[in-house]
Design a protein around this ligand. Structure first.
Ligand code: SAM
Length: 241
């Protein structure tokens, strides 16, 4: 069974969006993964198809109703079963990590609830034990772009989607470090040259240089990652992998 992505959304036309292009789009066409959208508005019961209401306790904006969202979730659950994790994209969620992405990519798929307005009534999230995930410390206008981010990160790890599975191994986060700088031809461009070591053909030196660069960049840009990297017990074994 191919990896399955389901988006519960008020804007189904936002899918597959960018995931219909390039390698993810080709893999979708080839049936390596599937994408389904569930239009939440289709589960509204009144004649105006209302999906939101004013926040209890007052305040700005609107909140997505629990009863309507619940019907959409039940519909998805009845067809997918309980194995596919249900995820709500929200700035309040746990930050998305490459580790979680890898776990999700190795599983049967994801069902992703996309919020709009101020978000979704908490009771329906609690009732279905929904995992809450954030893609970063900023606020988007809706969960669809966040869902595309999550799906993109997962789909590229599905075996056979990217050309070479080896290309994941040295990427940012895989070893707890950011990636080293990349270069290609021409060797000289507008007076800027490719670092000599990369043209030396000396693989051990190249590996050492890349490692130094990755460490320096991580230390400078992401003190949080650098701390975690140095605290990790398996650190010393990485270079030999
Ligand atoms: N009132 C919410 C808050 O302060 O946390 C923000 C609501 S936002 C305008 C509307 C929807 O966009 C959210 O329900 C969520 O689905 C999505 N969203 C916005 N920022 C996000 C982020 N950083 N990560 C994941 N989803 C996000």
């Amino acid at each position: 069974v191919p990896w399955r992505a389901v988006a519960l959304t008020l804007f189904p036309d936002m899918f597959p969006g960018s995931l219909g292009q390039s390698l993810a789009g080709q893999a979708l066409e080839d049936g390596r993964w599937s994408l389904e959208t569930v239009d939440i508005r289709g589960f509204a019961r009144d004649k105006h198809r209302t999906v939101d209401d004013t926040p209890s306790g007052g305040g700005a904006g609107m909140v997505m109703r629990p009863d309507v969202v619940d019907l959409a979730v039940r519909d998805v659950r009845s067809r997918l079963g309980g194995d596919v994790p249900l995820i709500y994209m929200t700035p309040r969620g746990r930050p998305l990590s490459q580790n979680r992405v890898r776990e999700l990519a190795e599983g049967p798929g994801v069902a992703v609830l996309c919020g709009r307005y101020e978000g979704v009534d908490q009771r329906v999230l609690d009732a279905h034990n929904v995992e809450e995930i954030s893609i970063g410390d900023y606020v988007l206008s809706g969960g669809e772009v966040a869902a595309l981010v999550l799906m993109d990160a997962c789909v590229r790890l599905i075996p056979g989607v990217m050309g070479s599975d080896q290309s994941h191994a040295e990427e940012s986060f895989e070893e707890g470090l950011l990636e080293y700088p990349l270069y290609t031809r021409p060797q000289e461009w507008e007076g800027r040259t490719v670092p000599d070591v990369l043209l030396s053909g000396h693989h051990a030196n190249i590996r050492a240089w890349r490692r130094e660069q990755a460490e320096a960049i991580t230390r400078e840009r992401r003190p949080d990652l650098w701390l975690a990297f140095n605290a990790a017990p398996e650190k010393s074994g990485c270079e030999e992998n």
